[in-house]
Design a protein around this ligand. Structure first.
Ligand SMILES: [Zn+2]
Length: 145
């Protein structure tokens, strides 16, 4: 198999994960052969998380749905869910046209048995909703006000 072989959905693999205290558990199919994402938006800058997308149909909360809090910025269609006990932001979701509509965002750090040193990290310029620029290997700078 060449590296140039077209990617197929077969590189999606099911992972299980959860928050730090164990109150929340979930499963999702993600493709960790694809680069995972960091973002410079005002929330991601403070959280420092590394995420990837999961097909919404593959995502399932296994335990602790009632233990989840939700955070949205203003009237955004996008949200983040965190464990009310340990505070870990486990996943999020919403709707971004440029990302293909409905999405589920998974915190890589919450997946069981994933070694982030083995993954490729890419950076999005979310601070400026610059989604059409796509991700790149270096973090994006903040722009002068
Ligand atoms: Zn927890």
């Amino acid at each position: 198999m060449s590296d140039l072989a077209p990617k197929t959905s077969s590189s999606l693999k099911k992972y299980v994960g959860g928050c730090h205290c164990g109150a929340v558990r979930f499963e999702a199919e993600v493709d960790l052969e694809e680069a995972v994402s960091r973002c410079n938006c005002t929330v991601c800058t403070k959280m420092g998380g590394t995420t990837t997308q999961a097909p919404p149909a593959s995502f399932r909360i296994l335990k602790g749905e009632s233990e989840l809090g939700e955070y949205r910025v203003g009237d955004s269609r996008n949200y983040r869910n965190f464990c009310k006990h340990c505070g870990v932001q486990v996943f999020g979701g919403g709707f971004v046209e440029e990302l293909g509509g409905d999405f589920r965002s998974i915190n890589i750090g919450c997946l069981d048995d994933v070694d982030i040193s083995k993954l490729t990290i890419q950076y999005w310029d979310g601070r400026y909703n610059n989604w059409e620029a796509g991700p790149r290997p270096q973090a994006w700078p903040l722009r002068a006000a």
